[in-house]
Every structure is written in structure tokens, then in C-alpha cells.
Write a protein that binds this ligand. Structure first.
Ligand SMILES: *Cc1c(COP(=O)(O)O)cnc(C)c1O
Length: 231
């Protein structure tokens, strides 16, 4: 029987091997276990196997798990686009938000971040595939948004995040992740001090690591197929 703990071990082994194969420092890539649609017991099992960081997409569902797992105090990552009426609860309950693509949302998150918590870690979502339907800012909009978010007092801008359009073309996968790495390098050359590239999911995380990912967000390969909703 394949358990969450077995799958987590296998993913971690692949992750570490891929770091080594690409000359990355061991431990330089961290794993966010994407637990959307899975019940609190599944996260509890992953926690017992040593997993600390969990990614959630749906606020209401996440709040139930945050409450159910309070004794374990894992690190919570909100990985979906943020609606403006959800900013307060997100600012109060998460350590990271991946997927900010508007200044207004960043300002609301900063305003709502409680004083007793450390600044909320933020990644700007970039549309690396040029799909009109996708969230994320266009590459030419990244710098202005980063310059505007960086000074917000209760946020810590950490880097960039992307969800490339799915493709089986390996060269294109590399190219999309490489674009995100080059955009991060350009921001740092312009005076930012960003350390995070949040890119890579179950199907493509080894390619993302080869291109410099520092956080991979992996769901299916750890928890199995999603059970209730979401994709
Ligand atoms: C669902 C989701 C993931 C995980 O996808 P898998 O293919 O199950 O690994 C990663 N990132 C985001 C933003 C997601 O919504």
C-alpha cells in the first residue's frame, strides 16, 4: 500500500537527487505540500512524516484545516489568486501568499497583517505562458509591481511564482521556468534582494529545480488524486 508518508519520502528523495544532479546545494529547494481537497488527517500524516509547509487554494477549506491542526502549527501557504474580500483572513492565518498580481491586494494584505505576527511573505505571480486567461502579471509589469510592494511595512517581498501552461514539450518547460529565473535576476540587479522562485508541481518539478526553483509546490505526487474539487 502506498501511503502519504511513502510518497512524501519518494518525492523528497527525487527532490534531493535533482538538487545534486544540477549542482544545487542540498536543502536549497523547499517543499510545499499542496493539500487542497484533502482532509486534515492526510495533512496530519504528512506532518508525522516530517512535512511542515502546506499549500491551500480555497480559504474556507483552509481555515477548517488550520483550526483542526492548530496543535501541530504547520506553516501555511496561500497559493491561489487573492480576492480583495479575503485579504483579512489570509493576512491573519497564513505565513506566505504566492500569487499576488495587483498592488491593491498587496496593500490590503499589509494593512491587515497583525502586528504580533512576522511580515507576510509574498511572491508576485508572473504569467510566463502569455495565456490571456491566466492570472499573473506580464513580464514587463513585474518591476513596477515589485517596486510598489517592497516598501509595504507588513509584507516581505520574497520573489516570483509561476504556473506555466501544461505542455509535454520539455524545451518549452525549461524556457518558461528559465524566464522566471531571469526575471528574478533582473529585479535583484535593479536593487531588490529576493530569494524565492516558487515554481514546479508534481509533473514538472525536476525541470523547475534544474532552472533554479527554491520552492516547489507538490500535491498529487504526495496526496494522490484530489478528492472533492479543484484542479
Ligand atoms: C494545485 C496546485 C499545485 C499542485 O499541483 P499538483 O499537480 O497536484 O502537484 C501547485 N500549485 C498551485 C498554484 C496549485 O493550484
Amino acid at each position: 500500500m502506498t501511503t502519504i508518508s511513502n510518497r512524501l519520502q519518494a518525492v523528497t528523495a527525487t527532490l534531493r537527487a535533482t538538487e545534486t544532479a544540477n549542482g544545487r546545494i542540498s536543502g536549497s529547494v523547499s517543499l510545499v505540500a499542496v493539500s487542497k481537497s484533502h482532509p486534515p488527517e492526510a495533512l496530519r500524516e504528512a506532518c508525522s512524516a516530517g512535512q511542515r509547509a502546506f499549500g491551500e487554494n480555497y480559504l474556507q477549506e483552509a481555515l477548517e484545516k488550520i483550526s483542526a491542526l492548530r496543535d501541530l502549527s504547520p506553516e501555511w501557504h496561500f497559493i491561489a489568486p487573492v480576492q480583495s474580500n479575503k485579504t483579512r483572513l489570509i493576512a491573519e492565518n497564513f505565513a506566505w501568499v504566492h500569487g499576488v498580481d495587483r498592488l491593491k491586494i498587496a496593500q490590503r494584505l499589509s494593512d491587515a497583517r497583525p502586528e504580533n505576527l512576522p511580515p507576510l511573505n509574498i511572491c508576485i505571480e508572473v504569467n510566463v505562458s502569455g495565456e490571456a486567461s491566466k492570472g499573473g502579471v506580464a513580464p514587463h509589469e513585474i518591476k513596477a509591481l515589485a517596486d510598489a510592494i517592497a516598501p509595504l511595512p507588513r509584507l516581505k517581498l520574497r520573489g516570483l511564482m509561476a504556473i506555466p501552461a501544461p505542455t509535454k514539450e520539455v524545451a518549452l518547460q525549461h524556457q518558461q521556468f528559465r524566464m522566471l529565473r531571469e526575471q528574478l535576476a533582473a529585479l535583484n540587479a535593479a536593487g531588490h534582494a529576493l530569494d524565492t522562485l516558487s515554481m514546479g508541481m508534481s509533473e514538472d518539478f525536476t525541470i523547475a529545480i534544474a532552472e533554479g526553483a527554491t520552492i516547489v509546490r507538490i500535491g498529487t505526487a504526495i496526496f494522490g488524486a484530489r478528492v472533492t474539487r479543484g484542479l
